[in-house]
Write a protein of this length. Structure first.
Length: 186
């Protein structure tokens, strides 16, 4: 059983929170904005994953494990954001890799081959599941913008690969939502 004090520390009651290394910053710091948006994205992907897992549509369940892996990758990237690069802890945490990006790009390419993407502007909501995926996509775009803010305003250029990953992820989610609409799930 987790003790109350481990969850409710009261450490943020004055509008500050801690980075992974213990450094305190105000809660509306660009880093915490980016972390919050990625946390929200991970949660939306959890909802999508649960609905994908429960779906009887053939071929859809394969995306459940992929979405789970994407959630783990995003959590690793959050660790990079939450740990100053100059801190010795930075080298000890798992980092987002070029391979993670390449794997995502390859998955999108495979999915795109079996998905008809029209030329008209997409209005989300054709199916329940595709609408959930589109919400995750828009949260992903917001998270990407927040990471760009961190890179530009806080000189955190080492996060550029993560910004690229979020950019590709939003593309992947767009294609996935269109595929889900085509198979009529949701």
């Amino acid at each position: 059983m987790i003790e109350f004090e481990r969850v409710t520390t009261r450490g943020g009651d004055k509008g500050e929170s801690s980075l992974f290394n213990g450094e305190r910053r105000v809660k509306d710091d660009a880093i915490f904005e980016a972390l919050g948006d990625i946390d929200e994205l991970v949660s939306w992907l959890g909802l999508v994953k649960a609905d994908v897992f429960a779906s009887p549509v053939s071929g859809l369940s394969a995306f459940s494990s992929q979405l789970h892996e994407i959630q783990n990758i995003l959590m690793r990237f959050s660790g990079q954001i939450a740990t100053p690069k100059k801190d010795k802890l930075y080298e000890k945490i798992s980092h987002l890799s070029q391979r993670d990006l390449e794997t995502l790009e390859a998955s999108e390419a495979v999915l795109l081959k079996k998905t008809n993407i029209g030329s008209a502007f997409v209005v989300p909501g054709q199916t329940h599941l595709s609408a959930e995926i589109d919400i995750a996509r828009t949260v992903c775009r917001r998270a990407e913008r927040r990471v760009v803010t961190c890179i530009r305003n806080s000189y955190l250029g080492h996060l550029a690969l993560g910004q690229n990953y979020l950019n590709r992820l939003s593309d992947f989610l767009f294609v996935l939502a269109r595929w889900v609409e085509q198979v009529g799930q949701g």
